[in-house]
Design a protein around this ligand. Structure first.
Ligand SMILES: NC(=O)c1ccc[n+]([C@@H]2O[C@H](COP(=O)([O-])OP(=O)(O)OC[C@H]3O[C@@H](n4cnc5c(N)ncnc54)[C@H](O)[C@@H]3O)[C@@H](O)[C@H]2O)c1
Length: 251
């Protein structure tokens, strides 16, 4: 896709599921990859997969919910690469599938800290580099839970609504500096995160099968959208979060 060759792309949560596939597809489009994950082995496995396919990737262990760890990660990237062109804020956890009066404060904090604060922190520490360049793209992985209530965990729904809002604000505040911010709202995609859901009788099975696409999503479905949104072909797309859900939330 136009404008991706030679770009440096950081993908958080790059050690598994959607993040891994994003790394592979962005590398296929010519990007140099930085796979960031708190799971060091997962990030390293992704980097290996990218280089086995002929790409270039660096694996960095970092916790997106910790400012010191994020700052160290950005420093490590800049020690190797002169620029950061693309940031995919993908790291996320779901937390407890409970209602407000049942969910623990610690469980609430964990989801907020990873899904929402992690998106804030990675953007915060990457943005100065993008501002210096006068160019950059931030892609936030929200969820259809960023648009509606469901069987999903309460903290997850709240955090992903926050990610949708943060994406708008990033676009609003940095658009005139040459920086684009957009979001993606996947429906249920088959990854390690959803392995207990994607079976008959799972919490989203009926909704998924009755939707127009009639199937669960695959990581490649999302990764191709990531590539498009990161490319120059999406130059007019700003601040919105785009659902990719097989049509599951159209009604
Ligand atoms: N799979 C789906 O159906 C689905 C649907 C909607 C949204 N999403 C979102 O997509 C993103 C990726 O989900 P997935 O299905 O690939 O999940 P996954 O569990 O397969 O991968 C998530 C990765 O994030 C990493 N991670 C978690 N906390 C971290 C932290 N604090 N710092 C750094 N890395 C951390 C994990 O180690 C893991 O490698 C998440 O934000 C999730 O909410 C997924």
């Amino acid at each position: 896709m136009k404008g991706l060759a030679g770009k440096v792309a950081i993908v958080t949560g790059g050690g598994s599921g959607l993040g891994r596939e994003d790394c592979i597809e962005l590398a296929r489009e010519g990007c140099t990859i930085v796979a960031v994950d708190r799971d060091k082995m997962g990030a390293a496995a992704t980097a290996r997969q990218v280089s086995d396919n002929g790409g270039t990737a660096l694996a960095i262990k970092a916790d997106v919910s910790d400012a010191t760890s994020v700052q160290a990660m950005v420093k490590q990237v800049l020690a190797v690469h002169p620029r950061i062109d693309i940031l995919v804020n993908n790291a996320g956890v779901v937390g407890e599938m409970k209602r407000v009066h049942e969910v623990s404060e610690a469980a609430w904090d964990e989801v907020m800290n990873v899904d929402l604060k992690g998106t804030f922190l990675c953007s915060k520490y990457v943005l100065p580099t993008m501002l210096n360049q006068g160019r950059g793209v931030i892609i936030n992985i929200a969820s259809v839970s960023g648009f509606l209530a469901s069987n999903a965990a309460v903290a997850y729904t709240a955090a992903k609504h926050g990610v949708v809002g943060l994406t708008k604000q990033l676009a609003y505040d940095y658009g005139h500096d040459g920086i684009r911010a957009v979001g993606i709202a996947p429906g249920v995609i088959e990854t390690p995160l959803t392995k207990d859901w994607t079976c008959a009788g799972g919490p989203f099975h009926q909704l998924t099968m009755e939707a127009p696409a009639g199937r669960y999503g695959r990581p490649i479905d999302v990764a191709r959208l990531v590539c498009f949104l990161a490319s120059d072909e999406a130059d007019f797309m700003q601040g919105h979060t785009f659902p990719i859900d097989g049509g599951s939330i159209i009604r």
